[in-house]
Ligand binder design. Structure first.
Ligand SMILES: [Zn+2]
Length: 178
């Protein structure tokens, strides 16, 4: 599995062969001078918390790590605000429309799909919903869901290390990382 930027071996402007870009090295074309910086994609995730303290966990239907626990959320589209992405993902994935979100913190992540690993910056939020909140998960994206109290969550069952790390901080009552 290689990072997005490692797959670019030719200049997208003039077609000359180039040395692959790295984590801290942009794509640079010696033939035409084209220079391109690869950055992390933004993604959002939400701890949707009921008034009884239980939060929503979705069981992933698709790779990577199908069957493991994840949060409602997804990638921020081009031209979209983080807030709009959060509302769109919650509406599309679970049919919820919380009226406010609180920022918890962010974590770097890597999203692997179709032999490409995408660098991602995950932004996490907390949304509160009534205890009787009814959710309507998208069947094709979600294999199931559970409302769990923080102490009932097995961190090993969480799909992404970024979510595992933010969960530990969130459970400990910590917000934005120093
Ligand atoms: Zn070039």
């Amino acid at each position: 599995m290689r990072f997005t930027f490692e797959h670019f071996r030719h200049c997208p402007r003039c077609g000359a062969a180039v040395e692959a870009a790295g984590r801290d090295r942009p794509l640079r074309c010696g033939a035409c001078g084209f220079l391109y910086f690869f950055n992390a994609a933004a993604a959002v995730g939400a701890f949707v918390v009921r008034t009884d303290g239980r939060s929503l966990w979705l069981r992933r239907a698709r790779p990577p790590r199908a069957g493991s626990l994840g949060l409602a959320g997804g990638f921020v589209d081009l031209g979209e605000t983080v807030e709009a992405a959060l509302r769109r993902e919650l509406r599309e994935e679970v049919g919820l429309a919380p009226d406010r979100f609180d920022f918890i913190g962010s974590e770097p992540n890597e999203y692997e799909y179709a032999d490409v690993s995408y660098p991602v910056c995950d932004l996490f939020f907390e949304a509160r919903v009534p205890a009787e909140a009814a959710i309507r998960p998208q069947i094709d994206e979600v294999a199931g869901w559970v409302w769990l109290a923080p102490e009932e969550v097995d961190p090993e069952a969480i799909a992404f290390h970024s979510v595992r790390r933010i969960f530990e901080r969130w459970r400990g009552g910590q917000r934005t990382a120093a």
